[in-house]
Design a protein around this ligand. Structure first.
Ligand SMILES: NC(=O)C1=CN([C@@H]2O[C@H](COP(=O)(O)OP(=O)(O)OC[C@H]3O[C@@H](n4cnc5c(N)ncnc54)[C@H](OP(=O)(O)O)[C@@H]3O)[C@@H](O)[C@H]2O)C=CC1
Ligand SMILES: CC[C@](O)(C(C)=O)C(=O)O
Ligand SMILES: [Mg+2]
Ligand SMILES: [Mg+2]
Length: 351
């Protein structure tokens, strides 16, 4: 642990995977997080069984990866540690039908996101530990980082500790999936859920895609070429964010031109202005008072009409087709460059 932070952060030395030596971990779901947790746990020496519904499309992938697969109910009955990695919207059903009837006193029930516990869609019995290990990353990167001997930052929370070992066991799990290599921050279910929902809606997923689309549309509507608009508003975003990721805003401002820095500092707050801040506060309030989660549950019960419509519109936005074309072109340039294996030969995309 470090004492440089007010928040506790745990690293590899603070956790011991052998804490789980006597456990079988049931990983329910083999999607983005499920495949990463199951494979990382397995390769860290933890006994894993994957729980998938009858006829599951994920079954062949999990079996091809060398894992034991059974139904969710059977996996839970074999296990003393249950990791719930099916989508948030089906967790309450899976809990009622497959988990609850097979949970035993002293078992651990674990989540990678606390939505169903925090908004009381799942109410576990008092005699099990309820914990969370939430990688702060898409699942495919949790797996890729682990394979590259790198870590993925994560959050850990204990909602219910009946065994007295909930924290130690969750830390062992976090180590086994590679999170303590980078650092694991202790938090609460409430803090994880509300901050995660806010982050993905306002900044990471919703905010950024809207900003990119508005920027792209502004340039294209003004007569600039879609390719230039794509590069300016989407492709280069990664390079700018990489600098922020490495060294904060300071490293980014340091690396861009003085012209960009002056323009950004004077115009940035005009674009993302106080009204955006007010919208963010409203969005956060809807998360805190449960309105967003209620809406999302009802949307699912109705068969996802708005979600499907919005997904379709997003897929059909012009920037997607332009991006696909350009990414192909640049992948081609990279392949050419790999083939020549000679850094002195420049590959020009327009050759
Ligand atoms: N995606 C991410 O990177 C992150 C996710 N989380 C959290 O992790 C959890 C899992 O999310 P994510 O990995 O995105 O989930 P996915 O959507 O990738 O999960 C898909 C898996 O769940 C199975 N599944 C779907 N519906 C059912 C069902 N009704 N019954 C049984 N199995 C089902 C699918 O099996 P089948 O093939 O049968 O459909 C598949 O194996 C969530 O709590 C999420 O909030 C946390 C951090 C990041
Ligand atoms: C940013 C989206 C996320 O919260 C994540 C990958 O952390 C999710 O729910 O997928
Ligand atoms: Mg998240
Ligand atoms: Mg999330």
């Amino acid at each position: 642990m470090t004492d440089e932070f007010t928040t506790d952060i745990y690293y590899d030395d603070d956790a011991d995977v052998s804490t789980l030596d006597d456990d079988t971990v049931a990983v329910l779901g083999y999607g983005s997080q499920g495949h990463a947790h199951a494979l990382n746990l397995h390769e860290s020496g933890v006994d894993v069984v994957v729980g998938l519904r009858e006829g599951s499309a994920s079954r062949s992938a999990a079996e091809a990866d060398g894992l034991t697969v059974t139904t969710p109910a059977d996996a839970v009955s074999q296990a003393s540690y249950v990791s719930v990695l099916v989508p948030d919207t089906v967790q309450a059903d899976v809990y009622a039908n497959a988990i609850a009837p097979n949970l035993e006193a002293g078992d651990t029930l674990q989540f990678a996101h606390g939505l169903n516990i925090h908004y009381a869609q799942i109410e576990p019995p008092e005699d099990v530990d309820v914990t969370m290990v939430a990688p702060k990353s898409p699942g495919h990167l949790v797996r890729r980082n682990y394979e590259n001997d790198e870590g993925t930052p994560g959050l850990l929370a204990v909602y219910q500790d009946t065994t007295g070992d909930a924290d130690e066991r969750a830390l062992a799990y976090a180590k086994a999936i590679g999170c303590t290599r980078a650092g694991v921050i202790e938090t609460t279910f409430r803090e994880e859920v509300e901050s995660d929902l806010f982050g993905e809606q306002a900044v990471l997923c919703g905010g950024v895609t809207s900003l990119v689309k508005h920027g792209y549309e502004t340039l294209v509507d003004a007569g600039y070429s879609p390719e230039i608009a794509y590069f300016e508003c989407l492709n280069e975003l990664k390079l700018i964010v990489d600098l922020m990721y490495e060294g904060g805003h300071a490293e980014m401002w340091d690396s861009v031109s003085d012209t960009a820095e002056y323009g950004g500092l004077t115009r940035g707050d005009r674009i993302v202005d106080e009204t955006v801040r007010e919208n963010m506060e409203e969005t956060l309030a809807e998360i805190q008072n449960g309105e967003f989660t209620r809406e999302w549950i009802l949307e699912n019960q109705a068969g996802r009409p708005s979600y499907n419509q919005l997904r379709e519109a997003e897929k059909n936005h012009e920037i997607e087709a332009v991006g696909e074309r350009l990414r192909d072109l640049f992948a081609w340039a990279e392949e050419e460059s790999d083939e020549t294996d000679d850094e002195s030969v420049p590959v020009r995309a327009d050759d």
